[in-house]
Design a protein around this ligand. Sequence first.
Ligand code: 3PG
Length: 311
Amino acid sequence: SQPLEAAAEVKPETAKRVKIGIYFATWWALNVVFNIYNKKVLNAYPYPWLTSTLSLACGSLMMLISWATRIAEAPKTDFEFWKTLFPVAVAHTIGHVAATVSMSKVAVSFTHIIKSGEPAFSVLVSRLLLGETFPPAVYLSLVPIIGGCALAAVTELNFNMTGFMGAMISNLAFVFRNIFSKKGMKGKSVSGMNYYACLSMLSLLILTPFAIAVEGPQLWAAGWEKALSEIGPQFVWWVAAQSIFYHLYNQVSYMSLDQISPLTFSIGNTMKRISVIVSSIIIFHTPVQPINALGAAIAILGTFLYSQAKA
Ligand code: 3PG
């Protein structure tokens, strides 16, 4: 009976792998579509504070409709839940708007190369602010991550300081978001999907007044007319696509976070960036020099070494 038992043990394990594989593939595909439409919109309509707000608004609306029509069951939350969610939402808002501002100034590929340096921020924040220590191999893996990102940045043909700083701020904010949300999701009965829904809603409330203060309805309206006249009616669909796909890829990523460890999650996130970098370079004909590509490759290799060292 031994081979039979072994087969029975293998099956759930294989099924789980297949399920996670499907989550990952969906997450990356949705993210690639988001990044392409987001950049198409930003090229014609350079108002990243508004497009970030619209992404959150669209996701919030989609989830409110799903709850009202019972497509998804609404979560039972209390004041304590929203209080713990608040710092996560602040970090999510900053990370999101900073990444979008970055992508409005530089190539999508450049933003994501810098964003592949996120593990380095995670180690530095954990070490300097939380006093956590790591094995030497983890610190060593930061050398190719930081070195590769630096090489890619200095050889970037269309370098822009706001674009660079936006991606760096996004890295820092998302490290805090991950630290806070790990605490927030622990022992809670709210599913990954609903957790992300609540996060979008709270972030929308936080972001809206800032978006109005920084850009505001006057600029938005004038820019909208211009984009519509230049692109035509399909511009509206681009805005809709970037907003819907932003919500969907984040929702799937939070659903997979329910199933996997944060470490597997960050490996999945880095592999996601490779597909975004490659597809955006092809679609937007982004010029890349060999030395620039080498920097990106070193940074991504560093991220894999980091995940090995952490495991
Ligand atoms: C955003 O707009 O929030 C960023 O593009 C998201 O970055 P991520 O790839 O880390 O989700």
